[in-house]
Design a protein. Sequence first.
Length: 54
Amino acid sequence: MLTIGMLTSGGDCQALNAAMRGVAKSLFEAGETVIYGFEDGYKGLIYGRYRKMT
């Protein structure tokens, strides 16, 4: 099983949602993958604020 965390630095960025969706969709279709998204950028990584993406 592949487990990854998806982290951005925060702020606005053109097409960021589409890029994240494309990565997540490709990984889910590839097989058993668990993806965690961190909230509030690097603060989420430091303070353990994350959630499993479905």
